[in-house]
Design a protein around this ligand. Structure first.
Ligand code: GDG
Length: 468
């Protein structure tokens, strides 16, 4: 824990979802995930609070506390869920911020719901944040909150972290409500991004839209200075290593290999079933390699975990249908009785099972068209305590900035992707181990706790220099 986070100032986190889930007995327990693991202990120590939605529509639950952290539910109705979350957040902002990979829907009713929910979050935060506390707002669903909160509570230190990319000026300015969004973010003392390029895009956008004074990493607007910089997120490395080392995981990994028919090489993909992740692309590359006999279905198999997500949004339904058709085609053509060549799981697996799969994966395929960071790539390296395994990584994942020992590839180039897969499959043991050692050194240098500490330390510096 850094000196800054133990400086005694209470911390309030705001995110779309609360960091807890209901147990079978109807109680609450912290949800799995690196963000929760990084922030929970800090909140416990600072006497902090997390503000967010419980996940159930129209849930007007009173504030409660789980393992020493105060949780403050913000109600969201079923209709708002549809307009603010599935609509504006995931059908307008998500595709726009990911290189406009799908057409965005711009709908003023959805925008109104986005504003209403952001106002509700800002009102809740203004009421509960202790005097002079630190408020850390997360992600694209809540971009108006910093500005709304600053107007109500100028005493607060406000930070924001965007988990997804910030697009180029040319893309961002398509957004009908572009000025409102950037002004919302400028209510912060510090706006954090995954990559330097995201921060640069933000600064260039502010410069163009608001004609504000900017420098490399600051914006002067409305008499205040706002810092915009990159803080690449990471994972709980120790936790993944602990699971990976466990006896149960080792046994499960051997069992998985055996169940797959003890192939020479297991290729693995793990993604939310999202059109940004390039799942179809890698399946097509795999199929072409089988077709060209550069891979052999008796020696090389693929496992693709595609976690259900945003199933009410049409682009996601289309993507699922297209992937499932492709899996069917490939298996129809190349499988043998009892031995499919692609093992496809449209499921959310327990985390232990995921780590066992990472360990079983000889080659990990992470091929997004665009990704803020991609934690799966980092989790794969953390799980490979055996020092072996090859990561094939898209140049368009934020993780590519740090994970330079991966086999990096432009996933839009189908031949290059096929070659990268063959390179990974055929890589000499010595080179595999050298690269994996580089990947593991890199992620150990910056785990999620370090990320949170760095962000909060920079936020306190930014707020002490900003004139309010
Ligand atoms: C957003 C940004 C950025 C996946 N399947 C299962 C499962 N997972 C877990 C993984 C990993 C997480 O979900 C996925 O994180 P990613 O980073 O890969 O992707 P997004 O969900 O799109 O996350 C992304 C991230 O925010 C953080 O800032 O890196 O760029 O898009 O932790 O392990 N977990 C379990 N079962 C599954 O089936 N338990």
């Amino acid at each position: 824990m850094s000196e800054t986070s133990s400086s005694g100032r209470p911390i309030v986190i705001a995110a779309n979802r609360l960091p807890v889930m209901r147990t079978n007995e109807g109680d609450w327990s912290p949800s799995p995930g690196g963000l929760v693991r990084a922030l929970y202990p800090m909140l416990r120590e600072s006497g902090g609070t997390w503000v967010g939605w419980t996940g159930d529509p129209d849930d007007h639950a009173e504030p409660f506390s789980v393992e020493g952290v105060d949780l403050h539910p913000v109600p969201i109705s079923a209709e708002e869920m549809n307009l603010y979350y599935e609509g504006f957040s995931n059908d307008a902002l998500w595709p726009l911020y990911h290189d406009a990979l799908r057409e965005s829907t711009y709908d003023s009713e959805q925008w109104d719901a986005y504003k209403t929910v952001n106002e509700r979050f800002a009102t809740a935060l203004a009421e509960i944040a202790p005097a002079d506390s630190i408020v850390w707002v997360h992600d694209y669903q809540l971009q108006l909150v910093p500005g709304l909160l600053r107007a109500r509570r100028p005493d607060l230190t406000i930070g924001f972290f965007l988990h997804i990319p910030f697009p180029s000026v040319d893309l961002f300015t398509r957004l009908p409500w572009r000025d409102d969004i950037v002004q919302g973010l400028l209510g912060c003392d510090l706006v954090g991004f995954q990559r330097p390029r995201d921060a640069q895009n933000f600064i260039a956008t502010v410069e163009q839209l608001l004609e504000a004074d900017t420098s490399d990493d600051t914006v002067s607007f409305d008499g205040r200075t706002v810092v915009a910089a990159d803080y690449p997120i990471s994972i709980d490395v120790a936790e993944v290593e602990e699971i990976a080392t466990g006896r149960a995981t080792r046994q499960r990994t051997s069992q998985i290999r055996a169940r797959l028919g003890d192939p020479e090489v297991i290729m693995l993909g793990v993604d939310r079933l999202d059109y940004t992740k390039g799942i179809g692309l890698r399946l097509r590359a795999f199929a072409q390699l089988l077709e060209d006999e550069r891979l052999d279905p008796t020696r090389h198999v693929m496992v693709q975990v595609a976690t259900p997500t945003r199933e009410a949004v049409e682009h996601y339904q289309d993507e699922r249908a297209s992937i499932e058709r492709l899996v069917g085609e490939i298996n129809g053509r190349f499988s043998r009785i009892g031995l499919p060549v692609v093992h496809y799981l449209y499921q959310t697996l327990p985390y232990d099972e995921l780590v066992a799969l990472y360990r079983a994966g000889d080659v990990m395929l992470v091929t997004p068209f665009r990704d803020g960071m991609n934690l799966v790539a980092k989790e794969y390296a953390a799980a490979h305590i055996d020092g072996d395994g090859v990561l094939v990584l898209s140049e368009f994942a934020g993780a590519a900035e740090e994970l330079t020992d991966a086999v990096q590839v432009n996933p839009h180039d189908d031949r290059a992707l096929q070659d990268a897969i063959v390179e990974a499959v055929e890589m000499h043991r010595h080179e595999r181990r050298g690269r994996m050692s580089g990947l593991r050194d890199q992620i150990r240098k910056s785990d999620v706790q370090g990320w949170a500490d760095r962000f909060l330390a920079a936020l306190e510096v930014a707020s002490s220099t900003a004139s309010r």
